[in-house]
Design a protein around this ligand. Sequence first.
Ligand code: GDP
Ligand code: MG
Length: 436
Amino acid sequence: LQMGLRRLTGKGKLDEKDIDDMLREVRLSLLEADVNYKVVKKFLADIKEKALGEEILKGLNPGQQVVKVVREELKKTLGDEAVDLNIKEHGTTIVMAVGLQGAGKTTAVGKMALFYRKKLKKKPMLIAADIYRPAAVDQLVTLGKSINVPVFEMGTKVSAEKIVTEGLKKAREEGCDLVFIDTAGRLQINEELMQELKNVKEIANPDEILLTVDAMAGQDAVNVALSFHKDLDITGIILTKLDGDTRGGAALSIKEMTGIPIKIMSTGEKLDAMEIFYPDRLADRILGMGDVLTLIDTVQENINEEEMKQMAEEMMKNNFNYNDLLKQFKMIKRMGSISKLLGFLPGMGQMKQAMSQVDDKAFDKIEAIIYSMTEKERCHPELIDKDFKRRDRIAKGSGRSIQEVNRLRTMLEQMKKTMKQMKNMDEDDAKRMSQQ
Ligand code: GDP
Ligand code: MG
């Protein structure tokens, strides 16, 4: 893929052939990640349309631009943002985990109990409804003990339907408000299993039916998902074993073919190895172009961020002067977007207001005023404050009015004040403000 990218580097304009060349590489990469070939075909057809209409951003070469489009589409396809489980604030939430044997249901159930007990202060309970797999009940009981979560079980001689009925009763009695049902799997889908799961679903009326899919299952995952979905109306996917070296292409296939959102990622055998699903992370992994993506990110943000940091540090110094202001304006202009700049700095609540009145043309005027100052005046703003003659000279030299020069002085004062406030804040305050 990087070779394809290199071939494209340095060209000024993106034509259809360039896109085709690049997409051929992307296609290979996706197939390598085990994405279903039909999905790849459809996905890339969409991309081509998008890429053809797209302007090449400043700072990116054509190849990177294509990859950028691919990446954005991939994220969009996987889900625009993280989708958390549908857990009720009040009342009992019931989550049913289904999937093939060995996919990681039991482990995931334990992980989710632990995760949501901590995150939402829920009181979880696990119901052992896998009566077929040898030692499945024991496995869940042991797991429950290790995280101190109650497990309801009735051995393996009672039907799953009965266990679930009794388990839910018990959960209500004990005041457990987040119930996970660990169901049986099979090596392959069969009628008997599906019927049992349908029965359990009817009894439990779950808020979530999560299909557990082994990320390493690759191509098969789609068919599995389709048949579970047909019978059970799956509400979300738990993608497991992402700690392996699979790129997780199955996720893209499932999402494209079934539309079911991926909700949980399981990343190891330990019980804390679970994350809510973030599309951007998996998108990058499926694309499998770490270096290129890092490069794009760097071009887009990191270089500027580094400069921003330096600038912020300088601004924090007490002797903030017209030269600093000039530097800022240059950077803002180069970046093209004020709001983006503001996003990089802590404490931008106040500053955003001050700056929102300033459009790009206003920058030019202000620059002209500063250029009409002597170096000494730029470094020592108080010289101008004290001396009307200097202000008059600067106004004439820049072709601006005295009022405008005065407005600039006020602006510098305001910014200085903000800087001082920011300097006095402790780190927590800074963090809080940057999140505003
Ligand atoms: P079930 O049959 O669907 O209930 O699957 P289990 O939860 O019993 O898991 C089957 C095996 O996969 C066990 O050995 C688990 O430790 C392992 N496993 C489950 N989830 C993960 C994961 O995210 N990463 C890794 N490496 N192993 C996992
Ligand atoms: Mg199990």
